[in-house]
Design a protein around this ligand. Structure first.
Ligand SMILES: O=C(O)CCC(=O)C(=O)O
Length: 289
């Protein structure tokens, strides 16, 4: 457990919780430096979505070759937070990723939830800067219990009409499944009727984090502050999680990038790309690979 209060109950009920000062300045400095190095040495997953006002940058699984990001993933309290949230003595790191919204960018993170992995799956989104409520990731409280796989509206549209951010999210959320679009619901037009939803978000300081269930519908505005808004995200699963049947695009992208993830549709998330963390029931670490 991190902080004074136990966050697991709120996480289970609301699908998202803010944990204050879960990561010390040392971890924040490490993640910032790691991102800086990553931008200079991007992976095949690096994206820079530029709308002419400021860019939205991201990369994934860069901890493999950026030591600062590796340390954050393997040694910070992230694994322990995930194990507590998922009520499991064993968790695996499914993905490390980061997002930077430069000042002025109008690029929204479209409302979506993360469905390429099914089963116990949470994310820890760490603020690396002061992030006002108006620029931060927000959630529809309780939407992790809606029991549906929802795709962003753009998923159903003609790919040619998508914004850069919409295309990015389609790519990482199973665009291949368009052939079977009838199997999926559509994320409602939340922006058109925000008052109809129980939207929750927090003013954040560097070191605060958002812990959320991957099924909780989430999205973020652009960045109208005068400074970059950086966030570092680790995603965690238990042994019960499996690759969704609509995740072929992700498997193909991993194969093409040479990452050798060894994933298959419906299969477990195992192997060197997904390090395992074991904890005793009192929270002490047993071993990490
Ligand atoms: O920080 C963002 O804008 C996107 C975060 C997100 O969608 C996620 O971590 O799943």
């Amino acid at each position: 457990m991190v902080g004074k209060t136990d966050f697991a109950k709120d996480y289970a009920r609301d699908g998202a919780v803010c944990i204050r000062q879960a990561f010390s300045e040392e971890w924040i400095a490490l993640a910032r430096l790691g991102i800086e190095k990553n931008i200079a040495r991007p992976s095949p997953f690096f994206r820079r979505l530029d709308d002419g006002t400021g860019a939205f940058l991201s990369d994934c699984w860069s901890r493999r070759y950026i030591p600062e990001l590796s340390r954050f993933c393997l040694e910070s309290s992230a694994a322990r937070i995930a194990a507590h949230a998922l009520a499991s003595n064993r968790v695996r790191l499914a993905q490390d990723t980061w997002f930077v919204k430069e000042p002025g960018t109008a690029q929204r993170t479209p409302w979506h939830h993360d469905t390429v992995v099914q089963g116990p799956f949470c994310s820890i989104w760490v603020a690396l800067d002061t992030i006002p409520r108006a620029a931060t990731l927000e959630f529809i409280r309780g939407s992790h219990t809606w029991g549906k796989i929802l795709m962003p509206k753009s998923f159903f549209d003609d790919p040619a009409s998508r914004s850069a951010a919409d295309a990015y999210y389609a790519e990482f959320h199973g665009d291949h499944a368009r052939e079977d679009a009838s199997l999926f619901g559509q994320v409602p037009d939340i922006e058109a009727d925000r008052a109809a939803y129980d939207i929750v978000g927090w003013d954040m300081e560097a070191g605060d984090c958002l812990l959320f269930d991957a099924r909780t519908v989430h999205g973020a505005p652009g960045n109208q502050t005068s400074h970059p808004v950086r966030r570092y995200v680790t995603r965690w699963v238990t042994d019960d999680a499996f690759v969704a049947h609509h995740a072929q695009d992700l498997i193909t992208a991993l194969d093409e990038s040479g990452l050798n993830a060894g994933l298959r549709l419906g299969g477990p998330i195992r192997g060197p790309l997904f390090p395992e963390f074991d904890f005793e029931s009192d929270g002490t670490a047993r071993a990490a690979n």
